[in-house]
Design a protein around this ligand. Structure first.
Ligand code: AMP
Ligand code: TRP
Length: 344
């Protein structure tokens, strides 16, 4: 028998972030800042996706520390744990279970198209783990386990959400219930704001990333005022003044990146930022950007430090999130298993 896990047009947000290394400005502007706004409108579930993290080798001690850090950062940035659900992925085993089922729905050809796998595996493809290859299948399970309708992410995750839609559609046509309704709705990516792809401060054509060997390439959420200031002052630019239109920025990736960052931090469109700085040089613009970045990030990093002093409290918060998440996930997984013909 199918339970009552139907959508009823109910909106639900799911998103995740990996507990690996340094959370940076790209994670904040591309994802977390949007989560904070969206949670006010739509019931939201956010996960620290440790099962995704182990698709590449992790030091267990660092993984644990990062899980606390990322949880603290999400709360410090403004996720309201009384309103939204926050938990670590491995604590709800249903994620792994649904991922296996989706492994038997997803086609190898679909995964072969995934550009992130190609980038991450590089030339060493034969040595990449099966987990890294199947990573997008687990991501589809994360989203569909809650029948989430909206998935706020940075631009780099768009292809993975398209795959989740393909898996949902394939599942829907393979397994209809008695009333022939689609079991899963198709989740929509929410790629919002002027900084959906924050670029490296050293190279405007490369994404800002946790794994870049150069720490100067990114602004970490834990950077001090001095570090933020030095990194922005040293950020690569060009000798030209700031132009009037966005079009004129197309051949100036570093300038475009810094203007996008300024716009996202001040929650305004880039056209507004250009109005403010047209004709000015970087020697004028950069100190303004430093001020804005410090103003936004300092309260987050100081709140993070406070939260990290009491990891027992973080354990409690994650435990509450885990129970709430499981309460939603379990009946949906039970319905999936019934549709497959499993006795459960
Ligand atoms: P990850 O660090 O890979 O777990 O990513 C967590 C979230 O941050 C995802 O929604 C990513 O799309 C987003 N993200 C990561 N790097 C960037 C970036 N450079 N610009 C914008 N969003 C990003
Ligand atoms: N793959 C995402 C990233 O690296 C993180 C993630 C895992 C995720 N599961 C998710 C994001 C589900 C959105 C929804 O950025």
């Amino acid at each position: 028998m199918i339970n009552e896990t139907k959508q009823n047009n109910q909106k639900r947000i799911f998103s995740g972030i990996q507990p690996t290394g340094n959370l940076h400005l790209g994670n904040y502007l591309g994802a977390i800042k949007n989560w904070v706004n969206l949670q006010k409108e739509i019931p939201s579930i956010f996960s620290i996706v440790d099962l995704h993290a182990i698709t590449v080798p992790q030091d267990p001690v660092k993984l644990k520390a990062s899980t606390y850090e990322v949880t603290a950062a999400i709360i410090a940035a403004g996720i309201d744990i009384n309103r939204s659900i926050l938990f670590n992925q491995s604590s709800v085993k249903e994620h792994a279970e649904l991922a296996w089922i989706f492994n038997c729905v997803c086609r190898i050809g679909w995964l072969n198209r995934m550009t992130q796998f190609k980038e991450k595996a590089g030339k060493n493809r034969e040595k990449a783990t099966v987990g890294l290859y199947g990573y997008p299948v687990l991501m589809a399970a994360d989203i569909l386990l809650y029948k989430a309708t909206h998935v706020p992410v940075g631009d780099d995750q768009k292809q993975h959400i398209e795959l989740a839609r393909d898996i949902a559609s394939a599942f829907n046509s393979m397994f209809k219930n008695q009333s022939e309704e689609d079991f899963f709705c198709l989740p929509e990516p929410q790629i919002l704001g002027p900084a959906t792809r924050v670029m490296s401060l050293r190279d405007g054509k490369k994404k800002m990333s946790k794994s870049d060997i150069s720490d100067a390439s990114r602004i970490n959420l834990t950077d001090t005022k001095e570090q933020i200031s030095n990194k922005i002052k040293k950020a690569k630019t060009d000798p030209l003044p700031l132009p009037e239109t966005v079009n004129e920025l197309q051949s100036r990736p570093e300038a475009l990146n810094l203007l996008n960052i300024y716009s996202a931090l001040s929650s305004q469109p880039i056209t507004k930022t250009l109005e403010q700085f047209t004709g000015k040089g970087f020697s004028y613009f950069k100190p303004m950007l430093v001020e804005l970045a410090v103003e936004t990030l300092s309260p987050i990093s100081s709140e993070m430090r406070v939260l990290l002093k009491d990891t027992k409290e973080i354990d409690k918060i994650l435990k509450i999130g885990e129970e709430k998440a499981r309460n939603i996930a379990q009946p949906i997984l039970k319905d999936v298993k019934s549709l497959l013909g499993f006795i459960n």
